[in-house]
Ligand binder design. Sequence first.
Ligand code: ADE
Length: 225
Amino acid sequence: MRIDIITVAPELLESPFNHSIIQRAKDKGLAEIHLHNLRDYGLGNYRQIDDYQFGGGAGMVLMIEPIANCIEDLLKERDYDEIIYMTPDAQTLNQSISNTLSLKENILILTGHYKGVDQRIRDKYVTLEISIGDYVLTGGELAAAVVCDSIVRLIPGVLGDETSALTDSFQDNLLSPPVYTRPADYKGMKVPDVLLSGNFPKIEEWRSEKAYERTQKIRPDLLDE
Ligand code: ADE
């Protein structure tokens, strides 16, 4: 998978992609992430990328021209399966969206700043808009990092143990059950006997039960879906 990201703050995105699972995916040649600095497409001597909004109101808007020029340049190189705009005024990311995106070949992510991008960019180029939650970040970079992390780990071959993504929270609309590791008894706090029993059907049954209980308690909305 190749992911291109258009950003006004590339430095915010360098570090998250040089660690852990994303780094492993890059090392294995399963994922490439390329950052494009919108400022390189800025207009005039000052490389202007934003301007006041028509109609008045606080906050700057990212201008159409720099973004359109950047996207058009990228489109000369390849087609994208999805052009994603990170914005709080969109559907919220969930595991099902991440699963779908993990199967794509080429993804372009546009991150907003200030009041966001000129609506005409969204109308003309964007095929999918994603929010990572009902709160407003300074820019879309951290949100883009979240999206990339959640999809890259799902690319077949990225996780060492292929089954581990399948047992994540949300894969079947349930939260994960509790997990334990050694010691089996820490100052009298004991691991549930069933997990030490070696009876795998029973262990699976216990895990399903606990996943259901936890979901009902913390996220009952997931059970309605
Ligand atoms: N940009 C600013 N806030 C955001 C959010 N919650 N999700 C996605 N992009 C954003």
